[in-house]
Design a protein around this ligand. Structure first.
Ligand code: NAD
Length: 275
């Protein structure tokens, strides 16, 4: 990938940008409106929100004010845990579409694998996909056993699995499994929510290329075939996180960064969450 708008092709032919802009914890209203406009101006074409982020309305306003054409964007949102189930997912989808002011969704994800619910939720996503309302359907926070269980009944397999993934949690087995099944892996909290940026190895590699540790991590994602969605509300950092195309890590550097793995999560464990 050579350009901020380069895409991966999902198994169903839909093109998804390798780089997206995450808006978790970005406040609805001016904060998210300005962040989305800055990101689009910086070249991002993919935006990752969720019903649970309570900022879909502001995301829509940011997109509208940016003046970008709808077909040039790739929008992801997610069905929240309390809305899971067949009918309730259909209703939650319509509500998200209204807040986002969209005619179609690019990617709709099951936010977490809620036990006893996610298969019914998936049937709703399949229906919406077959009707042409959603271009690609996927999941988030699914472990291998969740994917296997889902696929016992699914008629359409997930195109994407968005999971916590960064150099302290490199998700080797899940990535191999998803690759084998042509499920695109997407990294959430790619920067470890900012905790990783002081690491001496990342700082050393960053200094070598006159880049930042954040850029080194995001480059590690891209070179590993991982879609990545860093978040920031600071204009300079939003631009920095998209400025990844004038350097390349060596194979050895990619490997050394992978060796930082500690299977450490900053977020919740998909096998043990209570929300
Ligand atoms: P992240 O790893 O992207 O880290 C964001 C934080 O890192 C920022 O708040 C800022 O403090 C810091 N930062 C960002 N760019 C920087 C830079 N260039 N230099 C220095 N510091 C910088 O964390 P995140 O927001 O948790 O994850 C990214 C996105 O992933 C979210 O916004 C959301 O869209 C998605 N996400 C999804 C789930 C899920 O369950 N599916 C969970 C969490 C996040």
């Amino acid at each position: 990938m050579k350009h901020v708008q380069d895409t991966t092709t999902l198994y169903n032919g839909v093109k998804m940008p390798w780089l997206g802009f995450g808006v978790f914890k970005v406040k609805d209203g001016e904060e998210v409106v300005e962040a989305v406009k800055t990101a689009i101006q910086a070249g991002y074409r993919s935006i990752d929100t969720a019903k649970a982020y309570n900022n879909e309305t502001g995301v829509a306003q940011g997109i509208r004010e940016s003046g970008i054409a709808r077909e040039d964007l790739f929008i992801t949102t997610k069905v929240w845990n309390g809305d899971q189930g067949y009918e309730s997912t259909l209703a939650a989808f319509e509500a998200s579409m209204e807040r986002l002011e969209l005619e179609y969704m690019d990617l709709y994800l099951i936010h977490w694998p809620v036990k006893g619910k996610y298969k019914d939720t998936w049937r709703a996503l399949e229906k919406l996909h077959k009707e042409g309302r959603i271009r690609a359907i996927g999941v988030s926070n699914f472990q291998i056993h969740h994917l296997e269980d889902l696929m016992t009944e699914a008629t359409i397999k997930p195109a994407v699995n968005q999971v916590e993934l960064h150099p302290l949690l490199i998700q080797t087995e899940l990535r191999e499994y998803c690759s084998k099944h042509q499920i695109q892996i997407e990294a959430w909290s790619p920067l470890g929510q900012g905790h990783l940026l002081e690491h001496p190895l990342l700082q050393d590699i960053a200094a070598k290329y006159s880049k930042s540790p954040a850029q080194v991590i995001l480059r590690w994602d891209l070179q590993n075939g991982i879609v990545t969605i860093p978040k920031s509300v600071t204009p300079q950092r939003i631009r920095e996180n998209a400025d990844l195309y004038d350097f390349e890590l060596t194979t050895e550097e990619v490997e050394r960064i992978s060796q930082l793995n500690e299977n450490k999560r900053f977020g919740s464990d998909p096998d043990n969450f209570n929300f």
